[in-house]
Design a protein around this ligand. Sequence first.
Ligand SMILES: [Zn+2]
Length: 258
Amino acid sequence: MTRCFKISDTKICPHCSTKNLVRNGHTKNLKQQFYCKNCHKRCIDYYCNFACHPQTNNSIVRLTKEGLGIRSTAQMLGISTTTLLKRIIDIAKTITQPIISYRKTYEVDEMRTYIRKKQKPIWIVYALDRETKNVISFNIGRRTNKTLNVVLTSLRISKAKSIYTDGLKNYKYLIESNIHICKRFSTNLIERKNLSVRTHLKRLHRKTICFSKSRAILNAVLKIYFWSEFTNTPNNPPAKPRQYLSSIFLKQPSLHVR
Ligand SMILES: [Zn+2]
């Protein structure tokens, strides 16, 4: 939890909210540390990293979508990678799947990637609306009927007009033949989208040492990439590019050019 006041002002424990704090030495950067006699936890006087700034979450979304990985995003924002991973999960929890409209045309495709090691391949299955070019549903898993079905079920509910896919055999059994179209060049749009996704998300780049370590983070990052623009609430508008860049560079004195 982040806070913007000093513990020494209020003497209230941030964990259990009682006034049972006693001083308990200093941290290595000389901040007063406190010990709670009630819940036996420790806390420090104040935190000075940038994670508590209100703009941080917006910056995380922007940098993630611009092809920065975990380490580089953490470096740019001056926060730790642990905080960043927690924040990514938290941001993704607030993002919901967009509302699907009835009777549309979709393209469905799978993209191969891996988690932790190349011997553990995993597929990102997703459906693209041909008209709006928005991703309306996605799922991560092995290339089985179970994984494909999650995406196809949401298309079935939306009474899809027609569904274009590649020649993967599973689709034949999962999609009704009257709306299923499998032709050459019929999935051009989604193949192009694959390229964009691979360019914009660092963990999906080809020929890098960047990769996903956990399925939860991969899922959260994809949610942010596909759907974050749908849930920009008026209280939390995206930061303007110039302001946000200058604010980052001001915080990083080492970036001054000689
Ligand atoms: Zn306490």
